[in-house]
Design a protein around this ligand. Structure first.
Ligand code: ARG
Length: 548
């Protein structure tokens, strides 16, 4: 093992030491320097080199004081992965006011404290390294408990503006309990309050289905609040017909009757029922919402297999593997009809010595499960035409979408099925559970799998994600995953799908794997191309007319 001021060598691997800028810069010049004296109400600590492996033989001491002695600290570890076994922690450990913590924890470790000072020590031995820790400390006034803020069961303080807003902030949900619902909120059976526009949107926001009960109305009618169906003509007619006036809300949009909470039929009329396409209920008077619905079906599997990351044969029958020249699997794609695939533009940008833009160098495999070609029913095709979005920007990754026309059409089987494309007004609400699938790296810098992988991720609110990512997202992008990292797509998954199941059991593609900073890193969820922005572009390019 070699050691120097700038880097260390662990198991023949050079690890650059990057220290937290917030700490004493003089100390950073020395290997292993970390810690310091901090006076603050709250803040964050990370192990040296985080989120990469921490160096060996390190000892850090942070002494943290709260500026107001009436306050006390709490500290918790969203990430804690250290060598060693609790409670002895004789290898690597972190201690808070003398009590040691170590080992690998999947959940946030909350450390209670009743003191206005925190002494945090970090010790590592000469052997095995790991990811380390990320700690968040915050202070509270035990007399005024969270002073003007809401106190969650675990002691965390949440902004009052987060209370009763329909979004759960406290782990114990206490910020959403005992609420008096406002006029633009719906009262769930369990007494939680949710925004009215979430009612009858196909997502069980109340978690007791009360916001999704009695939502079916006959064609030409819309679900007015919940229990009553109103004729579409009552929408935006200047009279309030529904209990909460939702029939007259959002009426100033471009097309009076079409809002974000509606579905637009082929005749241009809108019905107040989001995601009405292919939901097995005829809603439009022209019946257009149930046309072209041979998509999104998992024919080969009877029941969902939730455990494990290996996909089951036939579970994602629209998943396609794109092989480049002699490199093998390089990108993913999805089957959208017999002739066409959807993928990401960035997969087809030339790089160094590879001419990825040359359609003739690619081979398409449909109905694939294992990259070993051991399954029967795999269809091989070449690419006849490649359409890269004319506004694709390879710096910002905006418009990261491409269409590929197959050399010959494929016939659908139990293992080959197209995915449903959402209408432009389709909503994939924040927190919805969706799946990303692909043959990409199993982890950042890791190896490629042989079997198709699936990962359950959640749709992340655009504003929240953009704030997290420093405002670099465009409206053509969508975040999914977890702000804390964990499940994510990775290199090689690009071009593949983010799919969500609707109540009808059909799968709709919400996104195309586009980019991310590393894979599964804290604060860096996966970024996907937002398909709802492109249905018109897709239809125009593959020659389907449609005004939906
Ligand atoms: N650009 C990558 C690819 O070409 C996909 C990156 C997705 N990364 C992520 N962390 N979600 O395969």
């Amino acid at each position: 093992m070699e050691k120097s001021a700038e880097h260390i060598v662990v198991n023949d691997k050079v690890i650059m030491l990057k220290m937290d800028k917030g700490l004493d810069s003089e100390e950073h010049k020395h290997f292993g320097a970390c810690g310091g004296n901090i006076t603050a109400f709250n803040g964050t600590l990370i192990s040296p080199n985080y989120p990469h492996y921490y160096p060996p033989n390190t000892n850090c001491v942070w002494r943290i004081m709260v500026p107001d002695p009436n306050f006390q600290f709490r500290i918790q570890f969203p990430t804690l992965k250290l060598e060693g076994v609790q409670p002895d922690c004789e290898k690597d450990w972190i201690s808070v006011n003398g009590i040691r913590y170590c080992g690998e924890h999947d959940r946030t470790v909350v450390v209670p404290s009743a003191s206005s000072t925190l002494t945090v020590k970090f010790h590592t031995d000469a052997s095995v390294s790991s990811v380390g820790f990320r700690a968040e400390y915050s202070s509270f006034n035990p007399a005024g408990e969270c002073q003007g803020m809401h106190t969650c069961g675990d002691g965390r303080c949440e902004l009052m503006s987060n209370k009763c807003d329909g979004w759960v902030h406290c782990k114990d949900r206490s910020d959403e309990l005992n609420c008096v619902c406002t006029s633009d909120q719906f009262r769930c059976q369990n007494n939680m309050c949710k925004p009215l526009i979430w009612v009858c949107d196909g997502v069980d926001d109340c978690e007791d289905m009360s916001d999704e009960a009695n939502c079916d109305c006959a064609a030409g009618f819309f679900a007015c609040h919940r229990n009553s169906c109103m004729p579409i003509s009552a929408l935006c007619d200047g009279n309030i017909d529904c209990p909460h006036g939702m029939d007259e809300a959002d009426c100033e949009k471009i097309d009076v009757n079409c809002t974000t909470n509606t579905y637009k039929c082929a005749d241009g009329k809108c019905i107040v029922k989001p995601n009405a396409e292919c939901d097995k209920v005829q809603d439009c008077l022209d019946l257009s919402d149930e046309l072209d619905c041979d998509c999104g079906n998992q024919l080969a599997i009877r029941r969902r297999i939730v455990n494990g990351n290996d996909a089951v044969i036939g579970e994602w029958p629209w998943q396609v593997s794109l092989h480049f020249a002699t490199l093998g699997h390089t990108c993913g794609a999805t089957l959208i009809n017999n002739w066409w695939l959807l993928s990401a533009s960035h997969c087809f940008q030339n790089a160094e010595s590879y001419r990825y833009s040359d359609r003739q160098l690619w081979t398409v495999y449909i109905g694939m499960h294992s990259l070993t070609f051991t399954d029967s029913g795999i269809e091989r095709r070449l690419i006849k035409r490649m359409i890269i979005h004319e506004q694709f920007d390879n710096i910002t990754m905006d418009y990261d979408i491409a269409l590929l026309e197959l050399s010959a059409p494929v016939r659908y089987t139990s293992y080959i099925q197209p995915v449903c494309l959402p209408s432009p007004l389709h909503v994939f609400p924040a927190n919805q559970r969706c799946y990303v699938t692909g043959w990409g790296l199993l982890q950042e810098g890791g190896r490629l799998p042989v079997i198709l992988q699936k990962g359950e991720v959640r749709i992340i609110n655009q504003t929240t994600c953009n704030n997290f990512m420093g405002n670099i997202l465009t409206s053509r992008m969508l975040c999914a995953g977890y702000l804390t990292g964990e499940v994510d797509a990775c290199e090689g998954d690009s071009g593949g799908p983010l799919v969500c199941e609707e109540l009808s059991g059909k799968w709709f593609q919400a996104g195309i794997v586009s980019w991310g900073q590393g894979c599964g890193r804290y604060g860096h969820p996966g970024v996907y191309t937002r398909i709802t922005k492109f249905r018109e572009w897709i239809h125009r390019n593959i020659g389907i007319d449609g005004n939906t």
